[in-house]
Design a protein around this ligand. Structure first.
Ligand SMILES: [Zn+2]
Length: 321
């Protein structure tokens, strides 16, 4: 019961919009189960009942996958729907989402040229996020109309980004419950993942074209990006930069680039990282402290071009699957 109350009042928002990126606060609760791209069920998933605070070591311990109940509005072009289904199929291979911490997740997708078609179910929630209210949590993909007009890669990358959050929720009970709130280590990995995805599958360098607005504070005052309140992290560019600089530092310690990325995107969260232990987990997984990493950052120039991962890296190599 305590767990339930805790979940009800948790306020975590995993929000991602191309222009504003930083999250607004929405309460978050849970629900999720097997990857069923484009399934049209409804399902009003209730609370997840399996969250707990014990640390996890392996996300394949459960064979059952989270059920994604997708509601795609007719305002979205058929080519977007087609790509959505392809992306979900691909992600199911690279980052399968098991029902360890939640069983199912409703997904609402529409074109912004339509006025909130799911208002009766999710109120005025818009943008792109995993968000919700005190009753349940869901994924929202409101794709800005302009992104179709200008063929913005974000219309596809945002799918990978939000599903990466669903993956983070599945491998860490503390992430799922909202106890882990370090922005650059939550959003940086999701935004790096989306970039890697579109570079591999659409031959588009999202790092260089869309995550290039790195703030000087990323090297001079990086701890501010631990908070979702930090401004200036446009499209999470600064969080991405810090994440990729961490990759560079791990490679200096003789990790391969693929291993270094996996350590940050997966291994770190697998330790059920939370508010109380994240600095200890950081040191255990990466072998140097957060503070020493922040000091190392001062040797970098705040330029995404200096930290972009190798072109030939694939998600398959990173996740060993
Ligand atoms: Zn996000």
């Amino acid at each position: 019961m305590n767990r339930l109350i805790y979940l009800l009042f948790i306020s975590l928002v995993i929000s991602c919009s191309k222009e504003s990126n930083d999250s607004k606060s929405n309460p978050n609760v849970s629900s999720t189960k097997n990857n069923a791209p484009n399934s049209n069920d409804n399902s009003s998933s209730d609370q997840s009942s399996s969250s707990n605070d014990t640390s996890t070591s392996n996300d394949t311990s459960s064979e059952v996958k989270v059920v994604f109940n997708t509601k795609i509005h007719s305002s979205l072009p058929s080519e977007w729907v087609e790509q959505y289904n392809i992306i979900l199929d691909t992600l199911d291979k690279r980052i399968p989402v098991y029902n360890k911490n939640y069983d199912d997740l409703d997904i609402y997708a529409w074109n912004s040229n339509t006025d909130k078609p799911y208002r009766s179910e999710i109120g005025d929630t818009g943008g792109a996020c995993i968000c919700g209210n005190d009753q349940k949590r869901y994924m929202v993909l409101e794709i800005p109309e302009d992104e179709f007009k200008y063929n913005s890669m974000h219309r596809y990358s945002v799918i990978a980004h939000e599903f990466f959050h669903a993956y983070q929720m599945s491998i860490s009970a503390n992430f799922n419950s909202g106890d882990f709130k370090v922005k650059w280590l939550s959003e940086g990995p999701a935004a790096v993942f989306e970039s890697l995805y579109v570079r591999e599958h659409y031959d588009y360098n999202y790092f260089i074209y869309d995550q290039e607005r790195v703030d000087k504070e990323a090297v001079s005052n990086p701890s501010i990006y631990e908070s979702y309140d930090s401004g200036g992290d446009t499209n999470y560019s600064s969080s991405v930069f810090m994440t990729l600089a961490l990759v560079k530092e791990l490679v200096k310690l003789n990790n391969t680039e693929a291993d270094a990325i996996r350590m940050i995107l997966k291994d770190f969260q697998l330790q059920n990282t939370g508010t109380a232990n994240w600095k200890d987990v950081f040191k255990n997984v990466f072998s140097f402290s957060v503070d020493s990493f922040y000091t190392k950052l001062s040797d970098y120039q705040a330029d995404i071009n200096n930290v972009v991962p190798s072109e030939n890296l694939t998600l398959q190599r990173i996740f060993n699957n």
